[in-house]
Write a protein of this length. Structure first.
Length: 627
């Protein structure tokens, strides 16, 4: 982890760099550079000017405090030779005061992007709330909102990249959806560059309808964030482009600003505004109101002034509004990337000090800044949108939980990277796998409890187990999941855990089928798997329904059933039989549904299936016993 503590005292004016080195490779357009110049603890500060590669971007000046500086640096694709010049006060004897460093920017166009969008009512006047002094200087029309949201997107990206790097996870961040357009990141030019695309999305609601529907979270009992998410998702579908129905199967991640938020002084609430995120249709959406947008910077040159208290009761609050507004919407981006609420960090609202990350008007070192929680960083480390070369693209495959005599075995073909141990509503401990994701893990109750604080030792314990390709399984009660029963011969028998039981239709029925010696399996299927019929030496047993086409799989002499490969979404879409000799054809739908191998742990044999069925199979697990 990078720290600006305990550094050797500088005796030169030449700028030094603490979080980048010459020929560093990064994957984002705007990076945050920490450095120093001049003597520490001096009585003069001066400033640092960044001169960009081939004058591709106008020079930008940043303050220097106590010998330290923080600079937001624009990069063009390819090598960027950057010159940092220390601007000394006029009463200081000059000396060498410039440093040059090369930073290589490689856009990761193969990764899915984060989209930026502004949602407006069908009769919107395309303005946002703004104090008179801010309206006079920056405007409050749609064009200003686009510039501010674009700048905020690059601040989120720079913050993420710095946080991941500090925690030893590489120069890793999400990419923004960009287009070739007139750029607004500098107030001194509007050259055409690849710059963040901001989609303007019209919904089918009026301003009055939106303001009646969505109100500030401070107005308890009056908000309906779920409906605001539904309205946003419907508007995205109608908009088309990257959000068109033809893209179903590819999730789009969208950060949406609600332009028509309105302060209601009579009721002391902000209408048509919320901070919320969730999954709707093929979208993962984070939404936030425009009530603090007036305080956000429109250009890189404004970042420091927007994040520093500048005197006066009203003006002194603007930097807080910028930190809370940009930070709260970044929190929703964290949510759409899969992060839940944590006890500390950005997802717990620690973004109120976000300004410290981007300015050095005061002495703001890394230890003084806000940050993502360690669990958030681990999620980002394995998120496909933050994939670095040469990390492979992963096919979705589910996690399977197998209770055994003294704990649980969890399997995932792609790999498991995190186990969270929850108790009384919070994560009390977690297990990382520093050597890389594991395909199989063993969880023993005593070892898990030993990781938690003493006061939780005898409390009910819940587990969240996270795998690559955004897969997760929850064990709601560790003790209950490992319940066993005995057959007539007195052998231990176990059921693999079935995930997402809450999502299946309420009119389905739980069914269990135990095997004898299987001679043939008949699969009933169409665009999904209707059922399986197991044939024995005498008689048969059906799991599910008998509709659709029929396909028979006959066992050769000595061939035994080992397990199943199941493709599932809302139900079991496709199935493949795994035997001691081969894998069968794939029956049912061969789409890109999540694939899961149901194979008993080593030392156990499959002796049955269980799950929830109606005319088809909605969820499926296996029953197994020791050899």
């Amino acid at each position: 982890m990078i720290q600006l503590v305990g550094l050797v005292k500088r005796t030169t004016n030449v700028p030094k760099f603490y979080n980048v080195s010459d020929n560093t490779v990064v994957y984002q357009r705007v990076i945050l550079v920490h450095g120093g110049a001049g003597r520490q603890n001096n009585t003069y500060d001066g400033s640092i000017t960044v001169h960009h590669h081939l004058q591709e971007f106008p020079p930008v000046t940043f303050p220097l405090a106590n010998g330290y500086f923080k600079a937001l640096v624009h990069l063009a694709p390819g090598p960027n030779q950057l010159r940092f010049t220390y601007n000394l006060p006029s009463n200081v004897i000059p000396g060498p005061s410039s440093s040059t460093i090369t930073v290589n920017y490689i856009p990761l166009l193969q990764n899915e992007p984060l989209h930026l969008a502004i949602l407006v009512a069908k009769d919107s006047n395309l303005t946002f709330d703004s104090p008179p002094d801010k309206t006079a200087t920056n405007g409050n029309r749609l064009e200003s909102a686009i510039r501010k949201l674009r700048m905020a997107g690059y601040l989120w990206q720079a913050f993420m990249g710095e946080q991941m790097s500090r925690n030893g996870m590489g120069k890793r961040t999400f990419r923004l959806d960009e287009e070739w357009a007139s750029d607004s990141l500098s107030r001194h030019d509007s050259k055409y560059r690849m710059t963040a695309k901001v989609h303007i999305i019209r919904c089918d609601k009026t301003m009055r309808e939106l303001r009646d529907l969505g109100v500030s979270q401070r107005a308890i009992g009056e908000q309906n964030t779920d409906e605001l998410l539904e309205i946003t998702a419907d508007a995205l579908l109608r908009y088309g482009g990257p959000f068109a129905p033809s893209h179903i199967g590819q999730e789009a991640h969208v950060a949406v600003l609600l332009l028509d938020s309105k302060w209601d002084p009579m009721n002391n609430i902000i209408r048509a505004s919320t901070a919320s995120n969730g999954k709707r249709n093929q979208f993962r959406i984070g939404i936030f109101g425009s009530h603090l947008l007036y305080s956000w910077p429109s250009h890189i040159e404004e970042v420091v002034s927007c994040f520093v208290a500048n005197g006066g009761d009203q003006l002194g609050l603007y930097f807080q509004a910028a930190s809370v507004g940009i930070g709260s919407m970044m929190q929703q981006v964290g949510g759409l990337l899969g992060c839940p609420r944590e006890e500390t960090g950005i997802m717990n609202g620690d973004f109120v000090t976000l300004n410290r990350t981007f300015c050095m008007r005061k002495i703001c070192l890394p230890k003084d800044e806000c940050s993502w929680h360690r669990l958030d960083l681990l999620r980002f480390r394995c998120h496909p949108m933050l994939r670095l070369p040469p990390e492979p693209v992963l096919v979705k495959c589910g996690l399977v939980v197998y209770p055994v005599e003294n704990g649980l075995i969890v399997s995932c073909t792609a790999g498991i990277f995190l186990t969270e141990i929850h108790c009384e509503g919070g994560c009390r401990a977690h297990i990382e796998y520093p050597d890389g994701p594991r395909k199989d893990i063993f969880l023993f109750e005593e070892e898990l409890r030993a990781l938690m604080p003493q006061r939780y030792q005898y409390k009910p314990m819940k587990l969240k187990i996270l795998g690559l390709s955004e897969q997760q399984v929850n064990v709601e009660d560790f003790n209950m999941i490992s319940k066993t029963f005995r057959n007539n011969l007195g052998h231990m028998m176990f059921d693999s855990m079935i995930a997402d039981v809450a999502d299946i239709p309420t009119d389905t029925s739980p069914v269990r089928v135990l095997f004898r010696r299987i001679t043939r399996i008949r699969i009933y299927h169409e665009q999904f798997v209707n059922g399986l019929e197991f044939y024995f030496d005498s008689g048969s047993a059906v799991f599910g329904g008998r509709g659709g086409s029929q396909s028979d799989f006959n066992f050769e002499p000595g061939e035994k059933l080992v397990g199943f490969s199941v493709r599932s979404n809302t139900s079991v879409d496709g199935i493949q039989l795994i035997t001691s000799l081969k894998r069968s054809a794939l029956y049912g739908n061969v789409s890109d549904s999540s694939s899961t191998d149901l194979i008993p742990p080593r030392g156990y044999l499959i002796i049955g299936v269980h799950g929830y069925v109606k005319q088809s199979i909605f969820r499926m697990g296996i029953i197994y016993a020791g050899n």
